[in-house]
Design a binder for this molecule. Structure first.
Ligand code: NAP
Length: 266
């Protein structure tokens, strides 16, 4: 249970469906809520709890972690979600509509942030599915563009209709906000259960092992240059981390910057 003074009640302002099981939504943002791009919030939705004798209210709040898609300076908070069939949280969330309430913990969480790194030249952002969310927030941060020579986004999905935020990411190349720095962005899509024009067709670890990812981008994984963030399916995160560790890349720890920062998405 989260104590009532630890969260705020926010309103859903906007819901955008991407595919039958994928949607984004925007919430009002409490003026005291702060975060660093790449971090996540804990969101709560109210559910009936009718047969619990310890809970006479007949309702409970269910909580889940959600990476924030928005820029840190945005007026609202945007999130990107999958609907897990029968899932306690996401199926409730998917039923909500504009004007309904979602609770947001006042604390921000997570270490998938660029301040875990020092002195890199190429920032690799490797994502599966909804694990893309924190990288959109990181890309809205001007500092990311100033600090790196190359920004590489790799998004792996099962089917081509799951490429949420594709226009936003491609649009960063010519966005006025980033001036002449748009050319730094490399955006690679991979689709693993269908063919899609222009996209690669294997999982991220396989693309690293074969050298196909480096070949597509024209950059090598390099200890001096590469700083690598991984987010999404926990098995993908684990496999990719191990693969890169075997190549001598080191996970960043508190006060010990390395090459890798990771977040499991569920
Ligand atoms: P997903 O299974 O994560 O697939 C997305 C991409 O990741 C696909 O290209 C997939 O390739 C790849 N992938 C999967 N396992 C991998 C691994 N071990 N190594 C490398 N790549 C891997 O699909 P999703 O649609 O995002 O999520 C599927 C399920 O995940 C949901 O039904 C739900 O159960 C769970 N999920 C839960 C939450 C949550 O609770 N918050 C959030 C997201 C997802 P393949 O096509 O080859 O598998």
């Amino acid at each position: 249970m989260v104590a009532p003074d630890k969260y705020t009640a926010e309103k859903i302002l906007w819901i955008h469906p991407w595919a039958p099981n994928l949607f984004s939504f925007k919430l009002t943002r409490h003026k005291g809520f702060r975060f660093t791009p790449g971090q996540f919030a804990r969101l709560g939705v109210k559910k009936p709890d009718p047969d619990n004798p310890k809970n006479p209210s007949g309702e409970k709040i269910v909580w889940r972690a959600y990476s924030i898609v928005s820029a840190s300076y945005d007026e609202h908070l945007e999130f990107y979600s999958i609907v897990v069939p029968g899932g306690e949280f996401t199926s409730e969330l998917a039923r909500l509509k504009a004007g309904d309430t979602v609770y947001v913990e006042k604390t921000n969480y997570g270490f998938l942030t660029t301040d875990r790194f020092e002195q890199g030249k190429d920032l690799w952002m490797l994502a599966t599915g909804t694990g893309l969310a924190p990288f959109v927030s990181i890309l809205w941060d001007m500092k990311t563009w100033d600090d790196y020579e190359n920004l590489i986004v790799v998004h792996s999905v099962r089917y081509p209709n799951e490429f949420a935020y594709a226009d936003t990411i491609a649009g960063f190349r010519s966005h006025e906000h980033f001036g002449a720095q748009g050319h730094k962005l490399h955006y690679v899509q991979t689709v693993t259960r269908a063919k899609a024009p222009g996209a690669l067709d294997k999982r991220i670890p396989a693309l690293i092992e074969s050298g196909d990812l480096e070949a597509r981008i024209g950059l090598k994984f390099d200890h001096d240059r590469s700083r690598i963030m991984i987010c999404g399916n926990p098995e993908m995160v684990d496999d990719t981390r191990k693969l890169l560790q075997a190549k001598g890349f080191v996970t960043s720890r508190r006060g010990q910057p390395g090459h890798l920062a990771v977040e499991n998405y569920w």
